[in-house]
Design a protein around this ligand. Structure first.
Ligand code: D5M
Ligand code: FE
Ligand code: ZN
Length: 573
């Protein structure tokens, strides 16, 4: 998050400001939550611009948010409309709760070993469900994904019958239908105006989803006499805190102004309020007393509409991520067992290998270099090109008939800021033609269904900020993304976001599959028709992870039968 003081300082600097902005970003600690004026003043470019003392008007830490001269994220000044003087006394609240449709993934390692002992199968965890012809009251209109297969015939539930399709001509390059990502489209330079435009875009995209659900008025208009009437607003959460009385106090901003909303502790729906995070866009209905108080009664998220299954397609897909080739912890033996299995060279009790038509790798293909302090000691391959050469060899062991999609992560050789472009041409040449490269995030159609692939770096932030989330159940964090219609709702913590013209991290249409990685633990959930899968890793527990008590679940591959949306874990560990 950027403090308004910091924005003001940046804005006061003569053009061009990009060097200052870049300098500030580079100088940030990993743990920085709010970029304040002090971070700007500390920056070398600022010292130069301010004549060396770096001490122009010092920020007043006691200034309340409601007295800010202008909204922090939307630029153009409109004074804030409302500030809260006091809060009512309230009763005890309930503990936070996260509800997840479908069966939440629970590791079942007891699946029987294949006779050759190379692959163990987890029980099916995400059962597909038939989409009845009448399903999807919400689906006939704007959302074509919700219609399911046009032939309307119920998909088979046994998951064993795959319609015969001609084998893909080996090594023909393939194009992903409907691909959307930042590759080749990045325009931002990180100027002040880029950030304003970025936040406005995020706001207006999510507002569009919310505006069909509540009749919101501009925050500015709360100044008029609307006392006692139930009114609604849509805003971005600037700050959320708990008051001494246990109420949630939320600074909410839209392009017209800011308002302080109070959600009473223990009121209906307060579990959802407990999960509010900075920078998410929400709707709030409530009442104002005409004296500058706005009491939130209902919190409305841009959540998905309920449905059983968004769509089904054809073929089987392997979901992979975080291979970390080049790391001393990369589990090459397990990878070899996986390759033997997928090539049909070992026992395959359920005959799954021959059904695999797609493999998607959701980032961190290699371990990279210089990603964290002291990484050198953890590298078996210390040259980034050699890491990719080896990665290309390992990927080429996957049969040519399988279409492979590779999306980058924070260890890959592309810019760190999200959205990340696809791996560069210089690396693509190392791979066979059955590999297609996409950005992070990327949406595309594969196997007849829509995929949204996102490496998942924001899971680190979500686990930290949302009660009830943990690294052991990454799928719950993915559900939180879906509820907020944003892959990385919290701005400015672990994830650095490039202020592109369009916020590509907004989840415009619910995909059939949401695929992430990053946290190195496998997790699966079905939430309102979306199959959310985190595909774990091929890297054993690192010393760092041991110290942090992070327990990865390496060498487990989620397999998703796209014709039924049944998922199961294949265990090669
Ligand atoms: O991230 C793998 C997981 O480990 C992810 O949850 C972040 C965490 N991790 C890894 N390195 C660090 C450092 N240095 N600080 C904090 N958290 C970390 P990966 O993207 O594979 O490195
Ligand atoms: Fe990783
Ligand atoms: Zn990662």
């Amino acid at each position: 998050m950027i403090d308004p003081e910091a924005l003001e300082l940046i804005a006061s600097c003569p053009e061009p400001r990009d060097e200052l902005v870049e300098g500030v970003i580079r100088g940030l600690e990993r743990s920085t939550l709010v970029v304040g004026a002090s971070e700007v003043r500390r920056c070398k470019s600022w010292l130069e611009l301010s004549g060396g003392d770096g001490q122009s008007t010092p920020p007043d830490p006691n200034r309340s948010a409601s007295k800010r001269p202008q909204p922090a994220k939307f630029g153009e000044a409109k004074s804030s409309s409302t500030s809260m003087a006091s809060e009512p006394a309230v009763s005890e609240g309930k503990s936070p709760d996260i509800s997840v449709d479908g069966r939440v993934g629970i590791s079942r390692h007891q699946g029987g070993r294949g006779s050759s002992g190379t692959v163990r199968l987890g029980d099916p965890e995400l059962e597909g469900r038939i989409i009845p012809a009448w399903a999807g009251k919400f689906s006939q209109g704007s959302d074509p994904l919700a219609r399911g297969r046009p032939d309307a015939g119920p998909p088979s539930l046994d998951g064993c019958e795959i319609p015969a399709t001609p084998p893909q001509a080996a090594l023909e390059p393939f194009c992903l239908e409907g691909l959307s990502d930042i590759t080749g489209r990045s325009t931002c330079v990180g100027e002040y105006q880029d950030f304003i435009r970025y936040f406005r875009d995020r706001y207006s995209r999510i507002r569009e989803i919310l505006s069909g659900r509540l009749n919101a008025r501009p925050i500015e208009s709360l100044r008029r006499d609307v006392a006692g009437r139930e009114i609604s607003v849509i805003g971005m959460v600037m700050e959320v805190r708990t008051s001494a009385k246990g109420n949630k106090v939320v600074e909410l901003e839209d392009p017209t102004g800011m308002v302080t909303v109070i959600f009473q502790k223990g009121a209906a729906g307060s579990e959802e309020v407990e999960t509010l995070v900075s920078d998410e866009v929400i709707g709030v209905s409530g009442t104002t007393d005409g004296k500058g108080r706005f009491f939130g009664k209902t919190l409305v998220r841009p959540d998905l509409q309920s449905r059983s299954l968004i769509a089904t397609g054809e073929g089987g897909a392997l979901l992979l991520s975080d291979v970390h080739v080049g790391s001393t912890y990369f589990m090459e033996d397990a990878w070899d067992r996986f390759i033997e299995w997928v090539r049909g060279e070992t026992d395959d009790p359920l005959g799954i290998a021959s059904k695999v038509k797609y493999a998607v790798i959701a980032g961190d293909l290699v371990d990279g270099i210089g990603i964290y302090p002291g990484q050198e000691a953890d590298l078996a391959i210390k040259d980034i090109w050699e890491q990719y050469e080896r990665a290309a060899e390992l990927v080429s062991e996957i049969p040519d008939r399988i279409q492979i999609v590779i999306s980058p992560g924070n260890h890959d050789m592309v810019r760190q800021a999200e959205p990340q472009p696809a791996l560069p041409d210089s690396l693509r040449g190392l791979f066979k033609k059955n590999v297609t490269f996409v950005g992070n995030p990327a949406t595309f159609r594969l196997g007849g269904v829509d995929w949204l692939v996102y490496h998942g770096r924001s899971i680190d932030d979500l686990v930290l900020k949302i009660p009830g989330l943990s690294y052991g159940e990454p799928e719950k964090a993915m559900v939180e993304m879906l509820k907020r219609r944003h892959l990385s709702p919290i701005y400015g913590n672990r994830v650095s976001i490039a202020p592109e013209v369009e916020d590509l991290l907004v989840i415009k249409r619910p995909p059939a599959v949401l695929h992430s990685g990053h946290v190195h633990t496998v997790g699966m959930a079905r939430y309102k028709g979306v199959t959310a899968i985190n595909s774990g890793t091929w890297q054993g527990q690192t010393d760092f992870q041991k110290k942090m008590n992070i327990q990865p679940t390496p060498a487990i591959v989620p397999y998703l039968d796209l014709s039924t949306m049944r998922a199961r874990r294949l265990i090669f560990a």
